[in-house]
Design a protein around this ligand. Sequence first.
Ligand SMILES: NC(=O)c1ccc[n+]([C@@H]2O[C@H](COP(=O)([O-])OP(=O)(O)OC[C@H]3O[C@@H](n4cnc5c(N)ncnc54)[C@H](O)[C@@H]3O)[C@@H](O)[C@H]2O)c1
Length: 244
Amino acid sequence: MGEVDGKVAVLTGAGSGMGKASVKVFVREGAQVVAGDISGAEKDTAAEVGGSVLPVHCDVTQEADVEAMIQAAVDEFGRVDAVLNVAGIADGFLVRDLTMEAYDKIMDVDLRGVLLGMKHGIRAMARTGGAIVNWSSVGGLNGSAYTSVYNAAKSGVIGATKVAAIEGGSLGIRVNAICPGFIHTEIMGAHPEHMPGILEKAVLGRGGQPHEVAEVASFLVSDRASFVTGAIIPVDGGWAARLA
Ligand SMILES: NC(=O)c1ccc[n+]([C@@H]2O[C@H](COP(=O)([O-])OP(=O)(O)OC[C@H]3O[C@@H](n4cnc5c(N)ncnc54)[C@H](O)[C@@H]3O)[C@@H](O)[C@H]2O)c1
């Protein structure tokens, strides 16, 4: 029996990186999955992984899309047991070069998208209970140059996760956040050579693989994590534990 056997999970960012890896891990562990993404690559993920995956076009910044994605899980699989808010974007610039266009773009996906996923996830799970896992970042815990808006959004995810965990407690909805370190995905990990020393930030001395984060998400959704809520969990090879 799989870790999340029989559960219905809705994931965003399912076309790439940790979202795609999470689809694979959740199906391996027995879940039925709604795989949402804006790119169209969610269809490739579904084709690659096979049965039990319903690809859905979803722009997480659009409330109607998020609501429809959650409804698709109810229509196809009968209910929702978990929502994983994985989708995210990043961009780098100095604070003095900040534009409001960049602010809106990053905040809309990285914070508004997570809040919308939680809103409609909680509504769908209010009577049955369930679990939400939000993707923050080590950048939500600490700073680095060039990432002011990204870090602000990811810190916001941590704050909103704690609030939703408090509100979700009486509904049997657990809400946790994962803070990945450097993970080899499209968003940044494809070219670590452009960030000298980045791999050595982790005390394990390497970047992470997408599935290593997905495995933690599977645990958090599973009944094995039944007393874990409001937790902010680095999955970063020890990066966040260092002073410098
Ligand atoms: N890769 C890392 O090192 C790292 C580190 C810390 C945190 N994170 C966070 O982890 C999450 C997953 O990142 P990843 O590395 O797998 O990224 P990725 O770029 O490989 O995948 C992100 C996915 O999100 C989708 N997406 C982007 N905008 C969207 C929108 N508006 N609506 C729906 N989908 C949208 C993209 O199409 C893509 O498929 C992100 O929230 C990211 O900020 C990544």
